[in-house]
Ligand binder design. Structure first.
Ligand SMILES: C[S@@+](CC[C@H](N)C(=O)[O-])C[C@H]1O[C@@H](n2cnc3c(N)ncnc32)[C@H](O)[C@@H]1O
Length: 267
C-alpha cells in the first residue's frame, strides 16, 4: 500500500507474499492478495481517508487521464470501461461527471473497497462490481467482455514483475481493437540518487498540502511506502518495454512527477 502503516497490521497478516521458488519442483508460487495489507480493512480505510491529501498532483493525474479519454474514446457512445484495483474509485466518479460510457466494470480484491466504491458511485445500472484479485484474473480469466478503455491506478505495483506482465497480457487480450490502456502508478528509478530526490519531492508535497496538525504523521508516508513489502514497483522503462513486447501500440509515458507515472498503450 502507499500509506497507512500507522497501525500494526503485520500482526494481522502473514506478509509472505512474493514470488517464491517451491523447493524441489522449481515452480514459482504466485503472490496472494489475501496476504497483503489490502486484505485488512483498517489499512484500506486509512487509504480512503487520507490518499487525497498525500498523493502529489492526484487531481492532475485524473485530469490528464480524462483528457486522454475525451480525445480517444468519448465519441464512442458504446464505450466499455474496466478499472483494475478500483479502490473506492474517486477517478470513475470524476470521469462520470463529464462522460457517459455504456458500461463500467470495477474490479478489486477487497470487498471493503468495492463497498466504498458502491457507496461513492451509487447503484447505477451501467456499473458492475467484481471482487477478484489480479492473480485470480490471470489464472482463470473470468472477465467476459472486451473493453475500449482499461484503467488502473496505484494497484499493479503490488505485483512482482512476472505477474505484472501476466496482467498486462490479460489487459491486452481484453482490449477491443483500437482500445486503450492507461496506467497511473508508482515506478522505481534505476538511479538511486534520483529515487532519493523523487521521495524528497513527495515529502515536499506533503509539507505543503495537508492541514498542519496532520503533516508530521503523513510526512512518514514516503518512508513507509519504501519499507512496505507489498510495494514492488518496477522501472518505467521495463514496463514500457513489456507493454511493447506484449503487442501494445503507441506505448508512451504521458505524465510523470517523481515516482508517480501515467503511461500506457493501445491495441
Ligand atoms: C492504493 S489503492 C488504489 C485504489 C484506487 N485505484 C485509487 O487510485 O485510489 C490499491 C488498490 O488495489 C487493490 N489491490 C491491491 N492488490 C491487488 C490484487 N492483487 N488484486 C486485486 N486488487 C488489488 C487494493 O485492494 C486497493 O483497493
Amino acid at each position: 500500500m502507499l500509506a497507512g502503516q500507522r497501525r500494526d497490521y503485520l500482526s494481522l497478516i502473514q506478509a509472505d507474499f512474493t514470488d517464491k521458488a517451491i523447493p524441489g519442483n522449481g515452480k514459482i508460487e504466485m503472490s496472494k492478495f489475501e496476504k497483503t495489507r489490502w486484505a485488512v480493512n483498517e489499512f484500506s480505510q486509512d487509504y480512503r481517508d487520507d490518499a487525497n491529501i498525500y498523493l502529489p498532483f492526484r487531481s492532475q493525474f485524473f485530469e490528464i487521464t480524462k483528457s486522454f479519454y475525451e480525445h480517444f474514446i468519448s465519441q464512442n457512445i458504446k464505450a466499455k470501461i474496466l478499472d483494475l484495483g478500483c479502490g473506492d474509485d474517486l477517478f470513475i466518479q470524476e470521469l462520470l461527471k463529464s462522460f457517459a460510457p455504456a458500461m463500467v466494470t470495477l474490479v478489486d480484491g477487497s470487498i471493503e473497497m468495492l463497498e466504498a466504491a458502491k457507496k461513492r458511485l451509487g447503484n447505477q445500472a451501467n456499473l458492475h462490481f467484481m471482487q477478484a484479485s489480479f492473480q485470480e484474473l490471470f489464472a482463470n480469466d473470468t472477465l467476459t467482455e472486451h473493453f475500449d478503455f482499461i484503467y488502473s491506478s496505484l494497484a499493479i505495483h503490488h505485483l512482482p514483475f512476472a505477474e505484472k506482465k501476466k496482467l498486462y497480457t490479460l489487459i491486452h487480450k481484453h482490449l477491443s481493437p483500437g482500445g486503450h490502456f492507461v496506467h497511473y502508478d508508482v515506478v522505481v528509478s534505476s538511479v538511486e540518487q534520483l529515487e532519493k530526490w523523487y521521495l524528497s519531492l513527495w515529502r515536499q508535497w506533503i509539507q505543503q498540502h495537508p492541514a498542519e496538525e496532520r503533516r508530521e504523521e503523513l510526512l512518514g508516508i514516503p518512508n513507509q511506502y519504501k519499507s512496505n513489502r507489498d510495494n514492488i514497483p518496477d522501472t518505467l522503462d521495463s514496463q514500457l518495454e513489456a507493454l511493447e513486447q506484449i503487442g501494445f501500440r503507441n506505448v508512451d509515458c504521458y505524465f510523470k512527477y517523481g515516482i508517480f507515472s501515467l503511461f500506457g498503450g493501445s491495441k
